[in-house]
Design a protein around this ligand. Structure first.
Ligand SMILES: [Zn+2]
Length: 486
């Protein structure tokens, strides 16, 4: 988990807003503490004051593994000394398990080599539907693979909406790879058999990147089953705190190398982050899901306390709908949706905030599995159950691509797509007013999910002027033809 024999003291722990903790912390700062890294303790704490205590634990740079929002327990991966700190601070322990850092996940879970082989096999078997690309290299120079799935793959159609699913920003979250793999398998094997699947594949461009943190995953198999970050300098950077929007801005990540949410030396410092940014810029998905584990929650932007997207009605409405479709591991209920600070604590530099802010991709994080299953549940017992529980959520997103939205291509007098064009959208009736500024894709195409209503839509591109039109959206995609001819 962390570098060996690294001296940590309480001075390095962020004490902001800790209130009563300060006295104990100062006392402990006299005692040097060593982390051995040999064994992990996974402790479960019952929080009497949620989410205040949750935010306090987060500010202490503790490794927060997951939560149970029903009984307000939180799981932490700690060493002996951290466990003692928590006891001194008066936290209520309900469980403590030790795990040898060399204990690997079940061998059926994926490795980078298996992912590469699997994706290439699919592309070879379904050449008319699937194509595999390396989208770039990790810090250690390993390829990161994506599969593109669509009908009539040799003839790209700019009118098709794009959707993106990815897994494993965090190396130890092995189930986060299995869900996107199940999506690939479902789409390719059911194409031509199942009418819905056939429609999804024909009507859309579906991009799936099942294993993002390839270097970290190798470390999980080789030396540390609880490794989360990439492998920068043996301390690692949390790739999902390294994106440039609001990077290191709201106590939503750590400046300490040893913290599990270390944000890196600068925004987008990591090659993996850059690879993801390039891919998203290229494909411009309408929706995306980043799979993580665990906690049984659906998270949408924004990650800093009190911030919401201007298109809340759509972003939060769809997130809540998806959460309601995923049955929890114990079968007693459904996932819970919210922003990170509503459910857990603030997060800055995360992928979903960047995707939304930069491109108005509507992005979600889904944290699969409960605290009982943890990061690496028994493959035989939980793999198939988990992927089938999550399936209705991604199916819902694919269905929603056919729902209320506007799309088209902004063209010039020669009928060619215009670069750097903008779409300004104002709802004039049919619900709460809102304004959205959407950057069209590099080829002038746009694809904007909207709630039902009537909108004034203005298109503009510098040098080509402006055009406005009124559009009513009622449950379907509406094509808006646009020629910017002065
Ligand atoms: Zn994660």
């Amino acid at each position: 988990m962390k570098s060996k024999n690294k001296l940590i003291s309480f001075q390095s722990i962020k004490l902001k807003n800790l209130g009563l903790f300060t006295a104990c912390a100062l006392m402990l700062s006299q005692v040097g503490m060593y982390q051995t890294g040999a064994n992990h303790l996974i402790v479960r704490l019952a929080l009497t004051d949620y989410p205040t205590q949750m935010k306090q634990i987060h500010q202490m740079d503790m490794d927060i593994a997951g939560v149970n929002l029903n009984d307000h327990t939180v799981d932490l991966v700690v060493n002996e000394q951290q466990s003692q700190q928590l006891q001194i601070l008066g936290f209520h322990f309900v469980q403590m398990k030790s795990r040898n850092s060399l204990a690997s996940p079940d061998r059926e879970y994926q490795t980078p080599a298996k992912i590469e082989a699997l994706l290439k096999d699919y592309a070879a078997k379904y050449p008319n539907l699937a194509e595999v690309h390396s989208v770039g290299k990790s810090l250690e120079g390993n390829d990161i693979w994506v599969i593109r799935i669509t009908g009539d793959i040799a003839h790209p159609n700019p009118a098709k909406p794009h959707i993106f699913f990815n897994g494993m920003h965090h190396a130890r979250e092995v189930m986060s790879v299995e869900v996107p793999l199940d999506t690939i398998n479902t789409l390719l094997t059911q194409y031509g058999q199942d009418a819905k699947v056939t429609h999804w594949v024909d009507a859309n461009e579906i991009w799936i990147l099942p294993m993002f943190n390839v270097d970290g995953n190798q470390k999980v198999w080789k030396s540390d089953s609880m490794w989360r970050k990439n492998t920068r300098g043996n301390y690692g950077v949390d790739i999902n705190r390294n994106y440039p929007y609001a990077w290191n801005s709201c106590n939503g990540s750590s400046s300490s190398h040893s913290a599990q949410d270390y944000h890196g030396d600068s925004a987008a410092s990591e090659p993996e982050t850059k690879v993801m940014m390039n891919l998203v810029k290229t494909i411009r998905p309408v929706f995306s899901i980043s799979y993580h584990s665990y906690s049984e929650i659906v998270i949408y932007p924004y990650g800093c306390e009190g911030q919401h997207t201007p298109t809340k009605e759509v972003v939060e409405g769809i997130g809540t709908e998806m959460a309601s479709k995923i049955v929890t591991d114990d079968g007693s209920g459904h996932y819970t949706a919210g922003t990170a600070p509503e459910l857990l604590y603030s997060v800055d530099g995360g992928d979903i905030d960047w995707m939304y802010h930069e491109y108005q991709d509507i992005p979600y994080v889904i944290e699969v599995n409960s605290t009982n299953q943890g990061f690496q549940p028994s493959y035989r017992e939980w793999r198939d159950q988990t992927v089938s529980r999550v399936k209705p959520a991604w199916e819902f997103l694919l269905d929603r691509l056919d729902g209320s939205s506007i799309f088209g291509q902004i063209k010039n007098a020669q009928g060619l797509g215009v670069a750097n064009a903008q779409v300004h959208i104002e709802r004039t009736s049919g619900g709460n007013a809102f304004v959205q500024d959407y950057p069209a894709h590099d080829d002038g195409t746009f694809d904007v999910i909207l709630p039902e209503g009537t909108y004034n839509v203005t298109f503009n591109a510098s040098g080509l002027g402006t055009k406005s039109t009124q559009v009513t959206v009622a449950g379907q995609r509406v094509e808006v033809p646009v020629s910017l001819i002065e």
